[in-house]
Design a protein around this ligand. Structure first.
Ligand SMILES: [Zn+2]
Length: 322
């Protein structure tokens, strides 16, 4: 009998291999993609673009300080099961990324949105994120032009991993980006209503570094030190003098970082203290969305600095899946 040719053997082996691999592949493509994210704004953006095609688990709970967040053992399990991990990057989630690199499946990508959005020469180093400490300011998302980039990157990475649903991801992203564009325009309109000399921000948490230059505002000071403790007495005196000199109407605290120091600075400088800005805690329903969080922020800032807070009342804060 003639021996089977090498080519035939190869074909047979390939067919057997396909039979072995097929069930695994089928299972992988039929189940929802499991995407693990970190901070609530990013979780919310990914949920809007993935819709019911993906299952999203956000690791950092709403209302928790994301800068000092340490993952717990159940997070290791969540990261180990992830098909894709989407983080902000720019050193915001160092302990979570370290853990992810240790436990994740080898083919699970870690997508760093901020690093993919801005080249290194555009990273901001400022009050709470001084250059000598090497951690750039990671808060890109209050600048809606940059958030739109985040949304595009999420759309493209989901489509790359799950090409069968690329059209759906593109459709969700296009609707969501239209909503973000309306939010962006509303923020510009709000700032327009603030008297020009009042377009200055003094915040406790340093989360408006990318927001301010886009919308024609200036961050005069951010009070929280790089160590995330409270400022020293000399810094407090300097800030009070600066607030008086620049005739700042209001200073802004953050719900995630309550600070007695802010009350003292407000009392001694004569500025109003508004304690409700948020860079990563989403508001309660019905505005439980990234867009809802930013509408609250701009409404609060506009009103406290002498503008008209009705400027953002037409923005739709709902999620695509609501
Ligand atoms: Zn922050």
């Amino acid at each position: 009998m003639k021996k089977p040719s090498l080519q035939l053997l190869r074909r047979l082996m390939f067919a057997v291999l396909c039979l072995i691999l097929y069930p695994v592949h089928a299972e992988k493509t039929n189940k929802n993609l499991h995407v693990v994210t970190t901070v609530p704004p990013i979780t919310n953006i990914v949920e809007n673009i993935g819709g019911s095609l993906i299952t999203v688990t956000g690791i950092v709970p709403n209302g928790m300080d994301s800068h000092t967040f340490e993952p717990v053992p159940t997070d290791a399990k969540t990261l180990a099961n992830a098909d894709m991990i989407i983080v902000n990057g720019l050193n915001l989630e160092v302990p979570t990324i370290k853990l992810a690199e240790k436990v994740k499946k080898t083919d699970t990508p870690i997508v760093r949105l901020a690093n993919e959005t801005l080249p290194e020469e555009e990273w901001q180093y400022d009050f709470s994120f001084p250059k000598e400490q090497g951690n750039p300011n990671p808060h890109l998302w209050p600048n809606i032009a940059l958030t739109i980039r985040y949304a595009e990157i999420v759309r493209d990475r989901l489509a790359e991993y799950d090409p069968r649903h690329a059209d759906s991801y593109a459709a969700h992203a296009s609707t969501y980006i239209a909503k973000l564009t309306r939010l962006d325009q509303a923020i510009f309109a709000c700032v327009e209503t603030i008297p020009e000399s009042n377009r200055k921000l003094v915040t406790y948490h340093d989360s408006f570094a990318y927001f301010a230059p886009r919308y024609g505002m200036e961050v005069i000071a951010a009070i929280q030190p790089a160590s995330f403790t409270e400022p020293g007495p000399r810094d407090i005196v300097r800030i009070i003098e600066q607030i008086k000199r620049e005739k700042i109407l209001a200073i802004f605290g953050s719900e995630v970082f309550p600070s007695k120091i802010m009350e003292q600075i407000a009392r001694e400088s004569g500025a109003a203290f508004v304690d409700a800005l948020s860079d990563d805690e989403l508001p309660e329903k019905p505005d439980h969305s990234f867009i809802g969080m930013m509408v609250n922020n701009i409404r609060i800032i506009t009103e406290a600095l002498g503008g008209n807070p009705a400027c953002a009342s037409h923005v739709d804060t709902s999620n695509l899946s609501d």
